[in-house]
Write a protein that binds this ligand. Sequence first.
Ligand SMILES: NC(=O)C1=CN([C@@H]2O[C@H](COP(=O)(O)OP(=O)(O)OC[C@H]3O[C@@H](n4cnc5c(N)ncnc54)[C@H](O)[C@@H]3O)[C@@H](O)[C@H]2O)C=CC1
Ligand SMILES: O=C(O)CCC(=O)C(=O)O
Length: 419
Amino acid sequence: MTVSVMEETLNPYQIAQQQIDAAAAYLNLPEHVTQILKQPKRVLSVSFSVRMDDGSIRVFEGYRAQHNDAIGPTKGGIRFHPEVTLDEVKALSMWMSFKCGVVGLPYGGGKGGVICDPRELSKGELERVSRAFMEAIADFVGPDKDIPAPDVYTTPQIMGWMMDTYSRLKGVNSPGVITGKPLIIGGSKGRNEATAQGCVYTILAALKDRQLPVQNATAAVQGFGNAGRIAARLLSEAGCRIVAVSDSKGGIYDPNGLDIERISALKDHSSIREYGESFVISNAALLELDVDILVPAALENVITAVNADRIKAKIVAEAANGPTTPEADRVLAAKGITVIPDVLANAGGVTVSYFEWVQNLMNYYWSEAEVLGKLETNMIQSYVAVRDLAQEHSTDLRTAAYMISIKRIAAAMEARGWI
Ligand SMILES: NC(=O)C1=CN([C@@H]2O[C@H](COP(=O)(O)OP(=O)(O)OC[C@H]3O[C@@H](n4cnc5c(N)ncnc54)[C@H](O)[C@@H]3O)[C@@H](O)[C@H]2O)C=CC1
Ligand SMILES: O=C(O)CCC(=O)C(=O)O
C-alpha cells in the first residue's frame, strides 16, 4: 500500500478516532457505540493565574478530559508541556480508557494537561502552578470520580502538592484523589518503576514469541525520563545491550553498548551528551537504528509515514503514548515488525496507580514484591490475551487490544442501560 505523507493526520484526537474505527470494524457494534467512544464524555478547560518570582502575574491554560466512566471513575495523568493542546488531552483520555480496559482495571480514561514549560519555572513557581491547577479542577476530580497521576514533566512532588491542595479544599485527608505520590503520604512501592517495568515484561514476552534471545538483544530508547530511563536500566539488567538513548536535546549512541548508570548520573547533574561528543546522535536517527528493540518513551507522532519505512527494529515497544501514527502502523506491520501498542506496553503505570488507590482506600500498604508480583501477572495475562486475539483475527496487537477494551466498555455501558 502506498502511504501518502500529505494525507496523514498528526492530530492525536483524529488518530484515536481512526484507531477506534479500525477495531470496531471487527466487532459488529451498533454505530452509536463507536459514536459514544469517539469523543470524551466531559472536558473542562480552565485558565488560572499564578504569581511569578519576579512579582508579575502569569495566566496559564489547562484541561482535564474524562473520556468514559462506564466501567468506573476516570483515571490518567496530568502533563505539563509547552505544546499541550485540548485535542492532545482528549486523545490521551481516550487512550487511557482503552489502556484500563485492556489490563482489566475498574476505571475509565481521563487525562489532564497544562500549557507550560516546567523546565523554565523555579521550584516555587512550579508549586504554585501545580496547586492552582488542582484548585481549578478540584470539583471535577475526586477519589470516586476522576483520579489524576503523573505524566510528562510532572513528578511525585507535584502529585504531593496537588493532593495536599485537594485535601485542604475538601477539609479531609484525601490520598486517593491522585496517584504517583511520594511514599510518605500514601504513594505505592513500585509506582516509580511501574511504567517501565510493565513495558519490559511485555518486551520479554515478545522476544520469546519471536524466538529472539534476551542476552545481548540490542535496544534503543528515546526519552530518558520516568518511562525511558528506567526501561533502559531494566532492559540492561535483563541482559540487553542498550546502544542508544536520548532526551529532548538529542541522543547518544554506541554500538558496543552504553553504560546506563553513568548516563543516569550525567542526566542528574548535567547532560547525557557529556558522555562524549563522538557518541552524539539525533533523535530522528536513533529511531532508525538497526536494533532488536526500539522503545519510544517521549512524545507522540515520532514514527510516521515519513520514517516508518526506515524503522529497522524487530520490536517496537511503545512506552510513550501515541508514538506511532496509523499510517506508520500499516507500514511496520507490512515489514513484520511487532508493535506492542502504548495501551498495553505502558499500562504498568496505571496498573500500579490502581494498586496505590486501592491501598489508599484500605489504608493498608503492600510490599514492593507484592506490588511487582501482581503487576507482572496482570501484564503477562493481558499481553497473552492481546496476542492470541491478534492471531485469531490476523490483525495487529493494537487493533486486538482495542477490541478487548471496546468490548468491555460496551458491556459496561449496556449493563448500566446507556446503550
Ligand atoms: N510516567 C508514567 O507513569 C507514564 C508515562 N507514559 C508516557 O511515557 C512518555 C514519557 O513520559 P515520562 O517518562 O513520564 O515523562 P518524563 O517527564 O519523566 O520524561 C520525559 C522524557 O522525554 C524527553 N523528551 C521530551 N521531549 C523529547 C523529544 N522531543 N525527543 C526525545 N526526548 C524527549 C525528556 O527529556 C525526558 O527525558 C509519555 O508519552 C507519557 O505519556 C505512559 C504511561 C505512564
Ligand atoms: O498512573 C496513572 O493513573 C496514569 C498514567 C498515565 O497518564 C498513562 O498511563 O498514560
